[in-house]
Design a protein around this ligand. Sequence first.
Ligand SMILES: *Cc1c(COP(=O)(O)O)cnc(C)c1O
Length: 459
Amino acid sequence: MPHRTIIEPFRIHSVQAIDLPDEATREAALERAGFNLFGLHADEVIIDLLTDSGTGAMSSAQWAGMMRGDESYAGSRSFYRFEAVVQDLTGMAHVIPTHQGRAAERILFEVLVDDGDVVPNNTHFDTTRANIEHQGGEAVDLVIPEGRDPQADHPFKGNMDVDALRATIEEVGPERVPLVMVTVTNNSGGGQPVSLRNLHEVRRVCDDHGIPLFLDACRFAENAWFIKTREEGQAHRTPRDIAREMFSLADGCTMSAKKDGLANIGGFLGLRDDDLASRCRNLLILTEGFPTYGGMAGYDLEAVAQGLVEVLDEHYLRYRIRSTAYLAEKVAAAGVPIVQPPGGHAVYLDAKALLPHIPPHEYPAQSLAVELYREGGVRGVEIGTVMFGRPDPAGGPDEPAAMELVRLAIPRRTYTQSHIDYVAEVVIAVAERAADLRGYVIVEQAPWLRHFTARFEPR
Ligand SMILES: *Cc1c(COP(=O)(O)O)cnc(C)c1O
């Protein structure tokens, strides 16, 4: 077979029109939103790479499943299908449906995390960190050093630093570490994968100290694909087989079905321990709903059950990972600094390298994200000091985040190659006038998860 273009392994069945607002409209939208792209109306954006969460296109099989949805309050047929798919994938006996991943986190941490506890992770996602801190716990990021260096080349930059994990547990004492988490792929660390070998090593450390291991499993299928294509001895295995081994190493998982569930909403908490599951279910009933629907409609359960099967299809995963790499290669070839190698669901622009004249407390990645919108109506998201920096209570400059990135997250099965070509053109145009970009100040912010609602002004 000649080497041919890796095509989108689907044809388009239903479309939505998109439109680029003119320059004056974009400028007015930025002013109104306080230069926070979360404040834009989606109709003011032409290519929306804010997130890959819940923004993908569902298949006709998923839509058909929705028509079969059983909306019974208790014991819905759709729940049992959902439960069977998740049990088959994870091997976890207890499957607790939630409306999103963060609901699973909130419930799990309310049961497990007490004041003064420490939770290690390769890199906490923003809601994961916030939910731990909300319980009085400390969220500690222990990714390998290569994972903090956007230019370092390593096939598994999401790996946990196993020595640092061991040292942290010994320093604070295992009784103060209620769980260890590993995020696959490592979203906040650049969408970088974790190797099977690393998961085995983390499992060993947890076993040595009697600490349960949880996966933040939102992108388990993309991670499985990276293991298949990058880890020695894994090439012959199916993504499903690899994913099952990943889950087999964990005592539980939190999952947002809005990512590798290929659905627009949903999530779950998977658990092996009976007692922990019953405590979590009690909290579920308090805020999410009865255990056979959690926060989801019967039709949502069907969409997720079908999505969890489709996401492990090799043609899908090959196209998915290739299309992200395609955008990365295009902008990198034009000299735009990005996190290398590209992650699974997103390309991360390195604003620290592109805008060395803007210090972290003036939010270089925010400046870059705003400029991509101004230039071409493309919306990305800041993952830097706005999201992960710490405001100084005394009013001084923020404690900066480790990296200053703009994430361009690719919705699943939504944009075509020409959309992605357009995005690359916009990024390159902004990079060409990087020296003219200015920093921002925050004029309004919330006590946690400030990036969603903060208002900015140009400096
Ligand atoms: C999206 C995400 C979450 C939270 O899931 P929601 O469905 O948005 O609540 C948690 N962890 C990671 C790694 C994520 O990407």
